[in-house]
Design a protein around this ligand. Structure first.
Ligand code: NDP
Length: 600
């Protein structure tokens, strides 16, 4: 099919059939159970390679706010609380410093996929102007630390520490926070900012434990073995046969660096990603108008408008996210509002086919070996998987020391031996195998059950939600769990620019705490307020299950099982959600404040 032409109905029918076949090739009966977590005998995969925990006394005091998680969510919550004048703020994180996902993920080649000028939060407040359109991970990690420093979050932080339980104490109207380092302290408020893709997963490949070579997961990069830095120079791999499993957003970034430095690189691919133009470049303050007050907020709002499917007069970021926004956000009401449903879906399918044809044509244009090029072409609709962007990935397959091993027909690597991995009956001998196999979705913190939360009367949040489904007001607060605010979770509104979402949530959380402090009240929504919010979510809940059911498997669709319809998120997109929150703070915030005991 010529990708520059509008696809004919016959071509679309052919594509649909091809997509169906490619999906069928990949669906596994074990679905999400094909993966194993970094627990028990695999626990060492999750160990922190960057920081040796230091001994310290357990803390047994009282703080105003405990923040669980020191990634951008926790940092932003701390910063916004500071701006509201809250003094005793304690951030607790499993990692050895601030940064969250950017603390753990330091693999070579790591960069942000979202433009750094809209991804990095607090640019107006810190005066920092990113140096690249898409920043390297280390620049982002440093910005996380810079922000934490600026808002005085280091002094009371507990690192290399995991919160093990949160228990509401009725008598003192405070939370008891317990940790794996023996801490047990009180916090008047708790903010959870535990992230979404934090629990690394490994493929449950038969024989994985028998492999005698070196292995690790990309989120715990072993520079002691590979040498080098996130910028490359992996001299330890010069004479090594290296395998990498996984070609998602992480694999796409790490492969070009490994290709450069490894003796030989085997890329074990199951489903190819869409790899679009990246066009990274150095930027100056002048490029983004950083001399104007509020430039970063304006740019960030503009990006969110566009990727939320709202109209905008101009496109300040002008990259492949904004130009493809219509394809990614088609499930929002702004798409569904377009009158005739069948006509919109037909137009969407045409646009989708054109985009995917463009992506596949790019593979042919770059990759010289036709057989390899064929294997690298993705056959599914654009929004089925997280899009990726690179000007180096496809090029890596033109090197003599790189071999692409397609594992689709065997549902991934078949088995591992002492010497290497087996695919299609062929054994590939390896010195090192790197897992770029991602993270378990939606099982972090509170939702994972790893962080038991007991509210009024000892009721356990996880049990209450398991029995009746999540119940919140705006995704943040729940009846029976006073002064507990969950950031970035269910029943709010996600977006590809997650740090922006987290910042809006942090502003909201800080406003709630400030209002409760001013009135000497507790933050706790009524059951009626929860019911009303769930009704808002349900009213326009998208019927997108059909879309995901037709996609190739991945974490977007529970490995091919589809995604449930229903009220899991605010249906009108992040931009509209933030507006709703701001209005609610103006008009209705008092409704969440309940009388507290006089002397707390
Ligand atoms: P993903 O879950 O997206 O990818 C995992 C990869 O491992 C897939 O290619 C998967 O194939 C493959 N895989 C799993 N099991 C096997 C097996 N048994 N044999 C062969 N291959 C296997 O994880 P990532 O870490 O790449 O990305 C996770 C998320 O993190 C992204 O979606 C994105 O949200 C975020 N991210 C963001 C970045 C940014 O710059 N902002 C950079 C990197 C990640 P299959 O598709 O067939 O399941």
């Amino acid at each position: 099919m010529d990708h520059s032409q509008t696809p004919t109905p016959e071509a679309l029918a052919e594509l649909r059939e091809r997509y169906r076949i490619e999906r069928e090739r990949r669906v596994r009966p074990d679905g999400p159970r094909q993966y194993v977590g970094a627990d028990a005998e695999f626990g060492y995969y999750a160990a922190d390679p960057y920081t040796e925990p230091v001994g310290r006394e357990a803390v047994r005091d009282r703080v105003d706010v405990a923040i669980v998680g020191g990634g951008f969510g926790g940092i932003l919550a701390g910063a916004r609380l500071r701006q509201q004048g809250i003094e005793r703020i304690r951030v607790i994180d499993k990692g050895g410093d601030f940064g969250g996902t950017w603390y753990w993920n330091r693999y070579p080649g790591i960069h942000c996929d979202i433009e750094s000028h809209v991804y990095l939060p607090m640019l107006d407040e810190t005066g920092y102007v990113p140096e690249w359109k898409y920043a390297p991970g280390e620049e982002i990690r440093r910005h996380a630390m810079r922000t934490a420093e600026k808002f005085g979050l280091y002094a009371d932080a507990l690192f290399s520490t995991s919160v093990t339980s949160l228990v509401w104490d009725e008598a003192s109207e405070a939370w008891t926070v317990s940790t794996d380092r023996g801490d047990e302290f009180r916090a008047t408020y708790v903010v959870t900012a535990t992230g979404t893709l934090t629990e690394l997963k490994l493929p449950g490949i038969p024989g994985i434990e028998t492999f005698q070579g070196h292995t690790f997961h990309t989120s715990r990069w072993d520079y002691g073995y590979t040498g080098g830095t996130p910028d490359g120079g992996l001299t330890g791999l010069a004479d090594k046969r290296v395998g990498v499993v996984g070609t998602g957003a992480t694999g796409i970034q790490v492969v070009p660096v490994l290709a450069e430095d490894a003796g030989h690189l085997y890329v074990f691919q199951r489903t190819p990603s869409t790899v679009d133009v990246r066009a990274n470049r150095r930027t100056t303050a002048g490029d983004v108008g950083a001399d104007r007050h509020g430039w970063a907020r304006e740019r960030r709002d503009n990006f969110l408008r566009i990727v939320s499917g709202e109209s905008a007069e101009e496109d300040l970021v002008a990259d492949r996210w904004t130009s493809s926004a219509g394809l990614l956000e088609k499930l929002l009401p702004s798409f569904r509002r377009q009158g005739d449903r069948a006509a919109s879906e037909a137009a969407y399918e045409v646009a989708d086919a054109a985009k995917m044809n463009e992506i596949r044509a790019r593979v042919d244009a770059v990759v010289t070996d036709p057989d390899t090029a064929e294997k690298l072409k993705p056959w599914y609709r654009y929004a089925c998987k997280r899009p990726t962007f690179s000007d180096l990935y496809l090029e890596a397959f033109n090197r003599d020391n790189v071999t692409l091993v397609d594992t689709a027909d065997t549902h991934g690597i078949e088995r591992m031996t002492e010497r290497g991995v087996v695919v299609g009956g062929t054994e590939y001998e390896l010195d090192c195998l790197i897992f770029a196999t991602g993270f378990s979705a939606g099982v972090s913190g509170v939702l994972s059950g790893r962080l038991p939360v007991h509210g009024r009367g000892g009721a356990r949040l996880q049990e209450a939600w398991a029995a009746r489904g999540p119940r919140t007001l705006h995704g943040f607060t729940s009846n029976g769990f006073p002064n507990l605010i969950q950031l970035g979770g269910v029943q709010s509104a996600p977006s590809v620019n997650f740090t922006h979402v987290l910042d809006e949530h942090a502003v909201h959380a800080a406003a709630l705490v400030a209002a409760a402090e001013a009135k000497g009240a507790l933050i706790e929504p009524s059951r009626e307020a929860e019911d009303a919010w769930i009704a808002v979510l349900a009213k326009d809940a998208p019927d997108h299950a059909w879309f995901h059911a037709e996609c190739t498997p991945g974490y977007y669709n529970a490995e091919g099982r589809g995604r449930p319809n229903g009220p899991t998120a605010y249906p009108h997109g992040a931009f509209a959600f933030h507006g709703l929150l701001a209005r609610w703070r103006e008009e209705s915030m008092d409704t969440i404040l309940q009388p507290a005991r006089p002397a707390r």
